[in-house]
Design a protein around this ligand. Structure first.
Ligand code: ZN
Length: 139
């Protein structure tokens, strides 16, 4: 069995954003030379997500609105976590909803997606460097 690892560095200049990272994951898969196996992609930070959905800008605005409704950033004083001096309690909650990782099957050297599936990095407390882990195993 072959194993391949790559780390993507993300530095988003705003607090919240969704970034399509499908092309980078496909590049890693190509570099791995793996034809049949599994590809794991996960955010290595507890205020960011990796998830799969449609690359449609209206949907991404809907996500942001929905997440702000569930866990509004303001007032920051309403969260116990922010008593540590941080202001990112909402980002931890948003990350939990959107998830930590995805696993995609690798078939004939390609990511075996369903219709319209794309891989996204979800940032909820940006303006600093964060990492995304890509781990591919198989033959
Ligand atoms: Zn925090």
């Amino acid at each position: 069995m072959k194993s391949y690892k790559e780390v993507l560095w993300m530095e988003i200049p705003v607090r919240r954003a969704f970034i399509n990272i499908t092309a980078q994951v496909e590049e890693s898969l190509e570099d791995s030379g793996i034809q049949e196996g599994l590809c794991l992609v996960n955010a290595m930070h507890i205020t960011a997500s990796v998830f799969i959905n449609d690359d449609e800008s209206g949907l991404h605005k809907d996500y942001d609105k929905w997440l702000e409704h569930l866990a509004p950033h303001e007032p920051v004083g309403s969260y116990l976590h922010n008593r540590t001096g941080e202001d990112n309690a909402d980002a931890h909650l948003k990350r939990q909803v959107m998830g930590r990782e995805v696993v995609v099957a690798v078939t004939e050297g390609r990511l075996d997606f369903g219709p319209w599936e794309q891989i996204f990095y979800g940032e909820f407390d940006g303006r600093r460097k964060k990492r995304v882990l890509i781990k591919i195993i198989g033959e």
